[in-house]
Each structure stands twice: as structure tokens, then as C-alpha cells.
Ligand binder design. Structure first.
Ligand code: ADP
Ligand code: MG
Length: 232
């Protein structure tokens, strides 16, 4: 219990940090965008550069907005969705990238599963993060397998298994801490967002791993208990 408590303390501090950060980044972004648009009319032949700069700015703004929603889970909107369909679209999105890394991406599910009340956008983001981490953990070639199972007590489990490098036991408790990364170009924010999204859906996420064999991440999501969040 103590470990769990400490984890949720860390999450709320991280959430506040994220909200502050997002606001701080957004103001200069908006002002940059305005000045770029003003300049656009003066420097005619350079139209193409402006288009790129504006769309890059919009992308940063989008990422920051996403981040803000995670930091304020009460701003998430929920509706009834099918988890199989969500996972299929995530796999379709990452299939090409996986193939380029020699990673086989598999999805196994029962055709009849109960719908869950969730934010599709956020669950997609959650599973994209998990699959990306799994891909990055596979050094040469390997396999990522996702399995959807309906458990008792109105719970659905999505298991993501990779046969990548694994995580040493002593590092497991650090996962989900903001800015914890072992990658040269990592942000260490992916798993924190994952924990946040799962928490907002009243679910749980557990990570098991064995160095040299791979990692298994179980996301358990309730099919009923987000009913009060659902206004559609
Ligand atoms: P980032 O991917 O930017 O490093 P994350 O929060 O997504 O940040 O992950 C934090 C760290 O957790 C990673 O740097 C990596 O060391 C470890 N990790 C996460 N998922 C896996 C996995 N499937 N296999 C091995 N290590 C993992
Ligand atoms: Mg990551």
C-alpha cells in the first residue's frame, strides 16, 4: 500500500508540473505564431518555409494541449467504445514502422467483448506509447503481442508482451516517474502519461519484466465504473 501511495503522490506532483509547463510553453507559442503570420505577407517568395514553420508550431501546440488534458484528467470526455476497434486502429497506425524495425506486431482478441466507457483518443495514446516503448526495447528483430481478454468482474485486460531487452528489477519502481529515461533521445514522459490515462479510466497498469527475455504490461480497464463520467 505504501508503494502505491507514493506512486500516486508522484503522479499528482507530475500532473501539476505538466499543467504549469504546458501553460508556460503555450503563451510564447501563440505569440510566435502571430508574428510569423504577420511576416508571411511581407516575404512573398518564402511561402513554403512559413507553411512548414506554422504547421510545426501547430504540432507543438497540439502536443502541449494533449499534455494538458492528461494533467487535468477531469477535462477528458468519455463515450462508449469497443476496445478491439481501438487496438486495431493503433496497430494499423504502427504496422509500417514495426515492419521497418523487423518487429512483428500481433493482436489477439475475442470478437464479442463488452463496450467500455472511455476516451478513445487517450486510450490510443496509451497503447501507442506502450508499443513504441516495446519497439524501442527490441534491438534487432522480435515480436510484440497484444492480447485482449475479458476477465470476471467486468474487467478487460489488455496485455502487451515484447521479447525485448527487459528491465532490471531495481528499475521497475522508477517507471512512471517523470523524466526517467534510459534512452539518449528519450523524454521519460511516456509511461507517466500511460499511468495517468489508466488512472483517469479507473484502471490499473502493472509491469513485469525479465532482463534478456522481455516485458509484459497489463492494463486492466473496468467496463462499468466510468459511467458517472459519461454524459453522451
Ligand atoms: P522514454 O521512452 O522517453 O524513455 P518512457 O516513460 O516511455 O520514456 O519509458 C521510460 C523508460 O522505461 C525507458 O527509457 C525504458 O528504460 C523503460 N521501458 C519502458 N518500456 C519498456 C519496455 N517495453 N522494455 C524495456 N524497457 C522499457
Ligand atoms: Mg516511451
Amino acid at each position: 500500500t505504501e508503494e502505491l501511495l507514493r506512486k500516486s503522490d508522484k503522479l499528482s506532483v507530475a500532473g501539476q508540473l505538466a499543467a504549469g509547463l504546458a501553460h508556460e510553453i503555450r503563451n510564447p507559442l501563440t505569440s510566435l505564431r502571430g508574428f510569423l503570420q504577420l511576416l508571411q505577407h511581407d516575404l512573398k517568395g518564402k511561402q513554403h518555409y512559413f507553411d512548414i514553420m506554422l504547421s510545426e508550431l501547430d504540432r507543438i501546440n497540439f502536443i502541449v494541449s494533449e499534455f494538458l488534458v492528461i494533467a487535468k484528467p477531469e477535462a477528458i470526455t468519455y463515450k462508449k467504445s469497443n476496445l478491439n476497434a481501438i487496438l486495431q486502429s493503433v496497430i494499423a497506425l504502427l504496422d509500417t514502422q514495426a515492419a521497418l524495425c523487423n518487429v512483428q506486431l500481433l493482436l489477439e482478441f475475442q470478437s464479442e467483448i463488452p463496450e467500455i466507457i472511455c476516451s478513445e483518443m487517450h486510450l490510443k495514446q496509451l497503447f501507442i506509447n506502450l508499443i513504441k516503448n516495446a519497439m524501442e526495447a527490441i534491438p534487432k528483430d522480435g515480436q510484440i503481442k497484444m492480447t485482449v481478454s475479458v476477465l470476471e468482474n467486468d474487467l478487460i485486460r489488455v496485455r502487451t508482451q515484447d521479447n525485448g531487452c527487459g528491465i532490471p528489477e531495481e528499475r521497475l519502481k522508477q517507471l512512471g516517474e517523470p523524466f526517467y529515461t534510459t534512452k539518449e533521445k528519450g523524454t521519460g514522459l511516456g509511461l507517466m502519461m500511460c499511468f495517468k490515462i489508466v488512472e483517469a479510466h479507473k484502471g490499473t497498469m502493472t509491469i513485469q519484466s525479465q532482463v534478456g527475455y522481455g516485458t509484459t504490461i497489463d492494463v486492466l480497464l473496468p467496463t462499468q465504473s466510468n459511467e458517472h463520467n459519461h454524459h453522451a
